[in-house]
Design a protein around this ligand. Sequence first.
Ligand SMILES: *Cc1c(COP(=O)(O)O)cnc(C)c1O
Length: 383
Amino acid sequence: MGRAASAEIDLNAIRHNYRLAKSLAPGSRAVAVIKADAYGHGAVAVAQALHTEADAFAVACIEEALELREAGVSKPILLLEGFFETGELDTIARQQFWCTIHSPHQIVALKTAKLTRPINVWLKLDSGMHRVGIRPDDYRTAFGTLRALPQVDQIVLMTHLACADDLQSPHTDTQIACFDTASAGLDAPVSLANSPATLAWPQAHRDWLRPGMMLYGASPFSHSQPNAMRLQPAMTLRSRIIAIRDLQPGDHIGYGAAFTCTRPSRIGTVAMGYGDGYPRHAKSGTPVMVNGRRTRLVGRVSMDMLSIDLTDLPEAQVGDNVEFWGRNLPINEIADHCGTIPYTLVTGISRRVPRRYDDTIVPATSDAFDAGQRSAQQPIPLA
Ligand SMILES: *Cc1c(COP(=O)(O)O)cnc(C)c1O
């Protein structure tokens, strides 16, 4: 069996979370955001799991989009940053990728491009995040220009919200007002909502949602939020105990001797480290689960191993299962302990960690899936 580190991916949880997004905004369609290898969950597997029901997919770049096409994903795929070089336009047209246009230089390039067929464009407004997007004063003109181009088929109007994860922030309403003013009277569908806006800002729902993190079952909020509590975690990161030792008060553990035992301690070593993507900056005290019981990380995380306190778990043995986040240990809690967000944890899981897909409950084939009379919101019994 070899090294036991693995990330178990629950594809039914991802389907549940996608359906939750859609149910919160009945009437809206939803682009499932599967950039960065579906936030570390495996873009091809996630696209296949959602293929019968997702309205479209979104990725960051053409390489990610082509990987999906090569795997047989035929649904529309939105490129969230559009093209980086003019040479990509030919592939975009051939593959019928949907293309974000966020800057004047892209419009110039599109004007002179010779395309085999017109492309669908998502015209992005900079409503206040100031990363990419057309300036509000220029938005209407940009729309008119694109509408008149033979290279352009349909247009969706979009912007991205900087602070939707903060329910107290006035920025979201300011950005939405900016968008509504800049786009007033333009006849095209609208897309504003990322995960936090899908969960908590109904005024941002409009025609197309763009949920990412919520599909994978982590909350985009740092506080509790009722809709976020309905998400199901998709990734469970696990490994096993590979050694156990008894240590005395004053003994140190790991690199830098950063942890010193203050009591007679039973310490387990686990095959998991920052080479797997478990964060090196996780502090002593970060929770882990052993055989369904909580204990804590002690000492520094090394590349391939880390240490955990088994003093209060005398029954724990070499070979026992350790969960780092997932079904039984919310990833948001781990992110808090590490001073980061769940996004960095899941995208950071390295290639060394095999993804094991749990799709045994609902068959992966579309026919079998459609034929099931299963409710989206109810957990499906394992029997
Ligand atoms: C990544 C991304 C999203 C998804 O954001 P989440 O917070 O993960 O839901 C939506 N829109 C754009 C433009 C993005 O780049």
